[in-house]
Design a protein around this ligand. Structure first.
Ligand code: ADP
Length: 181
């Protein structure tokens, strides 16, 4: 299902983020930027060694990526031209600033995309895998941040949520519908 907010198309789909043909895809990275499992592993596998090489250069310059922030590399062999690496919070019960940090991860990714003139971007479900953020709450934060950004910016003009399972897709769609009321 597609939605329009201030001229920006918002889409929800089940799929593999490494296959998206958006100008940028977002990686749920860790602070080291040196790769990991889950979506991070899939992106580095599909995109080839160039992405890790660029991540290492960023590390050399700024020493990794703090939680809630974002950095950008090219997409290597991926269909996407860029990968925006953001670091979601590890869930530690919810009273360690996790909701705000997750929101920052989405907003800083979008801000970086807008600064680079990126018109289309795809997000995975940040922090809800190995980082164990409860997906119902994470989905509400994710769709809220995206809707807010779209309402006040012209680009990206297409924002996709690419969920890995039908259940995750349902949760994100439901969160959007709840927000839209
Ligand atoms: P985090 O460490 O931020 O929790 P994970 O990569 O462990 O990140 O999980 C985040 C979400 O990404 C999970 O819902 C997982 O199922 C999903 N995921 C894993 N591989 C892919 C992929 N290739 N495309 C889209 N989503 C993926």
């Amino acid at each position: 299902m597609d939605y329009i907010v201030n001229g920006t198309k918002i889409m929800f789909l089940r799929g593999d983020i490494t296959r998206q043909d958006t100008e940028a895809i977002v990686n749920a990275a860790n602070s080291s930027l040196l790769g990991g499992g889950g979506v991070d592993g899939a992106i580095h596998r599909a995109g080839g060694p160039q992405i890790l090489e660029e991540c290492k250069q960023i590390r050399a310059r700024q020493g990794g990526c703090p939680t809630g922030e974002a950095v950008i590399t090219t997409g290597g062999n991926l269909p996407a031209r860029y990968v925006i690496h953001t670091v979601g919070p590890v869930w530690r019960g919810g009273d360690r600033g996790e909701p705000e940090l997750l929101r920052n991860a989405y907003l800083n990714s979008l801000k970086l995309a807008a600064e680079k003139g990126i018109k289309s971007i795809a997000f995975p479900s940040i922090s809800t895998g190995a980082y164990r953020f409860p997906i119902d709450q994470a989905a509400g934060i994710a769709v809220g941040a995206v809707r807010e950004f779209a309402a006040s910016h012209d680009i990206p003009s297409e924002i996709r949520f690419v969920l890995f399972s039908d259940r995750d897709l349902q949760v994100y769609q439901a969160a959007w519908e709840k927000l839209a009321q």
